[in-house]
Design a protein around this ligand. Structure first.
Ligand code: IPM
Ligand code: MN
Length: 335
C-alpha cells in the first residue's frame, strides 16, 4: 500500500506522551508511515540483559526505529537498555546535530555544529572488575575497525551536508595509546577525503572554546570517542536550550534508531507537560534517512514556526506555558 513500517519504542515516563505527539503530527501531515509499537522490557538471556526477540525481529525487519526515553539504572542493576540496543544492532555512529532555534533564547544564537560519537566501545564497553575491595578497573577498549568506520562516516556526513572540516576531538595528550589510535586513524582516513580538512583539538579545550564562542564550529563536523561524545553533546545541547530540543540518530550499516536522549522525566509523566521536540526532530533525521525529505521539510518548518511563536505555544521546560497537546495542535495548524 506504499507505506513504510517503522518500529516505535515509546519508552518510559513521558515517552508515551511524546510518542503520541509524533503520531498525531505525522497523521496530520499524511506521512506514509505505519508504526509498529514494540515492548523492550529487558529479559535476561544467558545471564545478560537482552532485548525481547519480538522487538529485535521488528527492528531487523523494518530497519528503522524511533525511540523515546528508557530509564537507565545508576550504579547497579541491568545494563542500560539504551546501550543494549546500540550494541545489539551494531549502531556504530551516533549523530547529534546541534543548532540554535529561534524562540528558544540562550547565550548564543549562532550554534550550528554536528557531533558524531563512536557508539560501541571506549569506556562504554562495560568491562569492569574489582581487583581487591576498594580497587576497581574499567577497561577503555578502542579498536582500529571501530575508529575507522565512525571516522569514515563523519567524513561522508560532512560531505553530504556541505561542511568543509572534520574535527577530531581527543585527549591523546594523556590517553596516548587509545586516543592516539583514534587520532592516527582519523589522519589515515582523511587521505580518502582530499576535499575535507581534518583538524584536531583536545577535548577540554573544545569545551572551553565552544562555550566562549561557538562561531568557529559552524563549518565543522566533530568526531570523537564514545564517552567524550556523551559529555560534549550534552554541553552543546545546553548551548541551544537543552536536551528537549536536540535530536539524535544511532546509525549502523543496516539498522538505524533515532531517539530523544533526554530522560524519562518521571516527575512530570502523565501530566501532559512534556516537550516532544527532541523526539520530533530526531524523527526528522529519520524521515531524511528514509528519503522522505518533503515530509521532513514540511513538518520541520511547522515545528520551528511553532517554537518561534511565543511562550503560549511552547512547553514549560522552555519557559512557555503550553501543554504537550496544545503544542502538538499548534504544530499541526502550521503544516
Ligand atoms: C545518551 C544517554 C545514554 C548514554 C544513557 C541513557 C545510557 O546519556 O544517549 O547520551 O550515556 O549514552
Ligand atoms: Mn548522554
Amino acid at each position: 500500500n506504499g507505506k513504510y513500517t517503522v518500529t516505535m519504542i515509546e519508552g518510559d515516563g513521558i515517552g508515551v506522551e511524546i510518542s503520541q505527539a509524533v503520531k498525531d503530527i505525522y497523521a496530520a501531515a499524511g506521512v506514509p508511515i505505519e508504526w509498529e509499537p514494540v515492548d523492550v522490557t529487558p529479559i535476561i538471556k544467558d545471564g545478560r540483559t537482552a532485548i525481547p526477540d519480538v522487538a529485535i525481529e521488528s527492528i531487523n525487519r523494518n530497519l528503522v526505529a524511533l525511540k523515546g526515553p528508557l530509564a537507565t539504572p545508576v550504579g547497579k542493576g541491568h545494563v542500560s537498555l539504551n546501550l543494549t540496543l546500540r550494541r545489539t544492532f551494531n549502531l556504530f555512529a551516533n549523530v547529534r546535530p546541534c543548532k540554535s532555534i529561534e524562540g528558544c533564547a540562550t547565550a548564543y544564537d549562532n550554534v550550528d555544529t554536528v557531533l558524531i560519537r563512536e557508539n560501541t566501545e571506549g569506556e562504554y564497553s562495560g568491562i569492569e572488575h574489582v581487583v581487591v575491595p576498594g580497587v576497581v578497573q574499567s577497561i577503555k577498549l578502542i579498536t582500529r575497525p571501530a575508529c575507522e568506520r565512525v571516522i569514515r562516516y563523519a567524513f561522508q556526513y560532512a560531505q553530504s551536508i556541505g561542511k568543509t572540516r572534520v574535527l577530531v576531538v581527543h585527549k591523546a595528550s594523556i590517553m596516548k595509546m587509545s586516543d592516539g589510535l583514534f587520532l592516527k586513524t582519523a589522519q589515515d582516513i582523511a587521505k580518502e577525503f582530499p576535499d575535507i580538512k581534518l583538524e584536531s583539538e583536545i577535548l577540554d579545550n573544545t569545551c572551553l572554546r565552544m562555550v566562549t564562542d561557538p562561531e568557529p564550529y559552524k563549518p565543522v563536523v566533530m568526531v570523537m570517542p564514545n564517552l567524550y561524545g556523551d559529555i560534549l553533546s550534552d554541553m552543546c545541547s545546553g548551548l541551544i536550550g537543552g536536551l528537549g530540543l536536540t535530536p539524535s540518530g544511532n546509525m549502523g550499516d543496516k539498522v538505524s534508531i533515532f531517539e530523544a536522549v533526554h530522560g524519562s522525566a518521571p516527575d512530570i509523566a502523565g501530566k501532559g507537560l512534556a516537550n516532544p521536540t527532541a523526539l520530533l526532530l530526531s524523527s526528522m533525521m529519520m524521515l531524511r534517512h528514509m528519503k522522505l525529505n518533503e515530509y521532513a521539510d514540511k513538518i520541520e518548518s511547522a515545528i520551528l514556526a511553532t517554537l518561534a511563536s511565543g511562550p503560549a505555544n511552547i512547553t514549560r521546560d522552555l519557559k512557555g506555558t503550553a501543554s504537550t497537546k496544545h503544542y502538538t495542535e499548534q504544530v499541526i495548524s502550521r503544516l
